[in-house]
Design a protein. Structure first.
Length: 155
């Protein structure tokens, strides 16, 4: 079992997904698996990275692609990144360090849009602090597999 599974649904955004995988390539460790789910792109997504578990499926939307990734994943923790997103150069090492330190059920991540768009810095100082109410998406969180269980996205 891996420590972290990263599930990436992609649909007709090869250039963006290639940039994301390039960014992740420098960060991959034996504790991490990356599952890219090509959700029926017009031109089937392909990559030369051997560490990517690439799944091709008929188009069913991002929820369906995330579910296919969940079903294929083995990690104790699950993270989602959309195929047109990028991550920081220390994304994986930061997550693995936090997992080792806290063994959380759920982690909410800071994020920003580029260039110069929205930004959400999550810096909770105590248990009574509340998460920002904006942007309740799955791609800015990491979940313990046990917390997800058999729950799947609504297709």
């Amino acid at each position: 079992m891996k420590t972290l599974s990263i599930i990436i649904p992609t649909y007709n955004c090869k250039d963006y997904t290639d940039k994301l995988l390039f960014c992740l390539n420098k960060q991959i460790t034996d504790d991490v698996e990356v599952i890219v789910v090509d959700d029926g792109s017009k031109v089937a997504y392909e990559t030369d990275y051997k560490w990517v578990n690439l799944i091709h499926k008929a188009n069913g939307g991002p929820a369906s692609a995330r579910n296919a990734g969940l079903d294929a994943s083995t990690g104790e923790y699950i993270a989602f990144i959309d195929g047109d997103d990028l991550v920081a150069d220390n994304y994986i090492s930061s997550l693995l360090a936090k997992i080792a330190e806290v063994h959380f059920d759920y982690c909410y991540l800071s994020w920003k849009t580029l260039p110069g768009g929205w930004q959400c810095d999550v810096k909770l100082k105590n248990i009574k602090d509340e998460f920002p109410p904006f942007n309740l998406c799955c791609w800015n969180r990491v979940y313990r597999r046990d917390m997800i269980g058999d729950v799947r996205f609504n297709n």
